[in-house]
Write a protein that binds this ligand. Structure first.
Ligand code: LLP
Length: 421
């Protein structure tokens, strides 16, 4: 459920007509609905309310906009971060350091140092070497780092290959076959309080079964580690819950996910930790765009919009589907290819799609763009950095400015020695 609905013939974000934002901010532009963010945050938390001990950290990579993070902080969420930059954002948004989890396969020494200085809640260690290094960094600060070991359970998540993370050939975590011996060794590190396990098998999961298989494997590992004399108090179950990208698509709901977690993990006697990303902001955001022109094509017309793969990379990277709707649909349909202005064929949002009829100058949206949208934007083809707005009932604000090419140009320089050549 989201708050992008047609009122008086025009799509609104809550009570704001999208044409108003287009006129005032320009296009392309992201529009987020605060009510939808809050609703999704609550639905997810409610789905886990039966668990006696839990911690929810929003995977901020999905949408790290400062205002969005502030909404999440207000909802009591912590943050799952994967870089010093994300950590700085989470803190700037008002998230408590102890509610921050640091994931990621390549934490640098400087990042560990910074995160320890900030006294974050937990490190999710991805290799034995990383654990040894973290211990040394912690001891140098006279601290002990609370951490868990990320396990690669070797489970096929059944999602797009580029967003699968839990197969043995993926770079993430330590192979489950080596988990006991690595845990034994890392538990002896003086600078670590190794208190549990983590896993995350992939993103946009459309079936709970792979998660259930992975959780079951982790539950067995918890038992073995306890039998080996280890205290296991925390297990981080990661994120990964998929969202519907097409009208009518049915995916497992947070409630079904919560029920499965309770059934499989409910008796582990640990604090269960969660890192939801996409499921919170995806349907709380749209990419607002204007049709530049409709170009005749041999097979279908090309609807050339002013948004491009630099603004929303998912279709070109993962062949992802984003519903495309006119802001003021006239009731007619057309079959078209939807493309951006960038000079490569990959800058295609859809081929041969049945869409609302649009013409030059019309406004339209790509839906379900609130997760992995603006955060993956670039300035390729020297286009501006796409702006972001947040709607709250009758009001809205620009929450990230458009960065013009001139501002980026100002950060570049030609060395003196090239000038005279
Ligand atoms: N935890 C870890 C360790 C992760 O690597 C991720 C996502 C999450 C949590 C959150 O997963 P989610 O709940 O959002 O599925 N750019 C891709 C998605 C990449 C996901 C990377 N890791 C896309 O646009 O589909």
């Amino acid at each position: 459920m989201d708050h992008f609905e047609i009122k008086n013939g025009e799509v609104h974000a809550e009570n704001i007509a999208l044409s108003k934002i287009a006129d005032e901010v320009g296009t392309p532009c992201y529009v987020y609905s605060k009510a939808t963010l809050v609703r999704h945050a609550r639905v997810f938390a409610d789905a886990l309310s039966h668990l006696p001990s839990k911690h929810i950290a929003f995977a901020i990579k999905a949408n790290p906009n400062l205002a969005v993070l502030r909404v999440m902080a207000n909802e009591g969420y912590g943050a799952d971060v994967v870089s010093a930059g994300e950590l700085a954002r989470a803190l700037a948004a008002g998230m408590a350091a102890e509610d921050i989890v640091f994931s990621g396969v390549g934490k640098s020494r400087a990042e560990m140092d910074y995160a320890l200085e900030q006294n974050i809640g937990q490190f999710n260690i991805e290799s034995e070497d990383e654990g040894v290094e973290l211990s040394a960094v912690a001891l140098a600060q006279n601290k002990v780092a609370d951490c868990v070991l990320r396990i690669n359970p070797d489970v096929d998540a059944g999602t797009h290959a580029k967003i699968s993370t839990g197969k043995s050939e993926n770079k993430f975590g330590v192979p489950i076959h080596w988990a006991e011996e690595i845990f034994d060794r890392l538990a002896k590190q003086k600078g670590l309080n190794l208190r549990g396990l983590a896993l995350h098998i992939g993103s946009q999961l459309s079936d709970l079964k792979p998660l259930e298989i992975a959780f079951t494997k982790i539950g067995e590992l918890v038992k073995k580690l306890r039998a080996n004399g280890h205290m296991i108090t925390h297990v981080d179950l990661g994120g990964g819950l998929g969202v519907p990208y097409r009208k009518g698509e049915i995916l497992p709901s947070p409630a079904e996910y919560g029920e499965m977690v309770g059934r499989v993990c409910g008796d582990w006697n640990v604090c269960l930790m969660f890192e939801p990303g996409r499921v919170i902001p995806a349907n709380a955001g749209v990419l607002l765009t204007r049709v530049i022109r409709v170009k005749r094509g041999m097979i279908n017309p090309f609807v050339v919009v002013d948004a491009a793969m630099n603004d929303l990379a998912r279709p070109s990277l993962y062949d992802a589907w984003h519903d495309f709707d006119a802001i003021c649909p006239n009731g007619q349909r057309m079959t078209a290819n939807i493309v951006g202005p960038i000079c490569e064929t990959g800058d295609t949002f859809a081929m041969g799609r049945d869409i609302d009829e649009v013409k030059s100058g019309d406004l339209a949206i790509f839906r379900t763009a609130g997760a992995y949208g603006a955060t993956m934007a670039s300035t390729y083809n020297s286009r501006p950095m796409v702006p972001e707005t947040l709607v709250d009932g009758d009001r809205y604000a620009i929450v990230a400015n458009r960065i013009e090419p001139q501002a980026i140009l100002a950060e570049e320089q030609v060395p003196e020695w090239l000038m005279g050549e």
